[in-house]
Write a protein that binds this ligand. Structure first.
Ligand SMILES: NCc1[nH]cc(CCC(=O)O)c1CC(=O)O
Length: 312
């Protein structure tokens, strides 16, 4: 049995917080083992001046960690679930879907105003096409500006760029202790989160049953089912972080309720639908909802979104 276990993650503040959270849980469960944290840079951490959608690379924030995991330099990789592509490299699996935090997005505005009360033409900063499209659908008058960088950088840009508000995931803000800056929890019927948002993923080697057993207590069946459905939907729609897709699975009365939305970049077109069924059919529910969204016009919207980005 291994006595020393190396946990890899990105070296951003949020990633380190999440990996330390995993480390502390494991250390409590296995006081005799020694756990180490290794922070690594990914390509996504190097390219900071380009909009995410334009880099459009699968595994931008995960690849270097996956290489280290595959060759055994680390024993497990801790990621934000939403950074993890829907298809993993050969030989790697999600060993644990950790209990999800509140999955939605939040508005942080400078004068305490909400999506409803911000003035016409307000300047909103976000890094995601999904947020842009859904927010513009609700408030077509907003001026949306791209901001990138880690959480602290983005919070700073609210002031520096003289924006009226920025939109971020609740989970990241909460984990880094910035709750006091939240102006509004953005209603889920206005903006569906990114697939997997708010959850921490532990990626491991498929042929490592010892580590699989070790992390099993950190797996949350509800989060596993709901996020599996979201990821199946995403896979079927072939979206990555470069496409405006929102999805959210929830367990209600022992049923899995899955909602999904696809919107055009300008927010004019938006299709949204839901499906529910038994949690053990998560994968099929995701695929079925994807098929329904395509029938409602998602295919055309996505095709156009991809073209617009290739042309720029
Ligand atoms: N895109 C980067 C990223 N990856 C995960 C989170 C937040 C934490 C989470 O969703 O678990 C964030 C920041 C954000 O989108 O505001």
């Amino acid at each position: 049995m291994k006595q020393e276990i190396i946990i890899g993650t990105r070296d951003s503040q949020l990633a380190m917080w999440q990996a330390r959270w995993v480390l502390e849980k494991l250390q409590k469960l296995y006081p005799r083992k020694r756990f180490f944290l290794r922070g690594m840079k990914t390509r996504g951490d190097h390219i900071l001046d380009v909009a995410l959608a334009k880099i459009g690379d699968k595994g931008l924030f995960t690849k270097e960690l996956e290489v280290a995991l595959s060759v055994g330099e680390i024993d497990l990789a801790v990621h934000s679930m939403k950074d993890l592509p829907t298809r993993l490299p050969e030989g790697l699996i999600i060993g644990a879907f950790c209990q999800r935090e509140y999955p939605g997005d939040v508005l942080i505005s400078r004068h305490g105003l909400t999506l409803e009360t911000l003035p016409p033409g307000a300047r909103i900063g976000t890094s995601s096409l999904r947020r842009t499209a859904q927010i513009l659908h609700f408030r077509p008058d907003f001026n949306v500006t791209t901001i990138r960088g880690n959480l602290t950088t983005r919070l700073r840009k609210l002031e520096e760029l003289n924006l009226d508000a920025i939109i971020l995931a609740y989970a990241g803000i909460h984990r880094l202790g910035h709750d006091a800056r939240i102006t509004q929890l953005i209603p889920l019927d206005i903006c569906l989160p990114a697939v997997g948002q708010g959850a921490i993923a532990i990626e491991i080697r498929a042929d490592d049953p010892e580590i699989q057993d070790l992390i099993r207590p950190l797996d949350d069946p509800g989060s596993r089912a709901t996020i599996t459905a979201e990821r199946a939907l995403m896979r079927k729609l072939e979206g990555g972080c470069q496409v405006p897709i929102g999805a959210l699975g929830q367990i209600q009365h022992n049923q899995l309720l899955l909602e999904g939305a696809v919107a055009s970049l300008d927010g004019r077109q938006l299709v949204r639908d839901r499906i529910s069924g038994p949690p053990n059919e998560a994968e099929q529910l995701g695929e079925e909802l994807a098929a329904r969204l395509i029938k409602l016009g998602a295919g055309g919207i996505l095709e156009k979104a991809r073209q617009e980005f290739d042309l720029e």
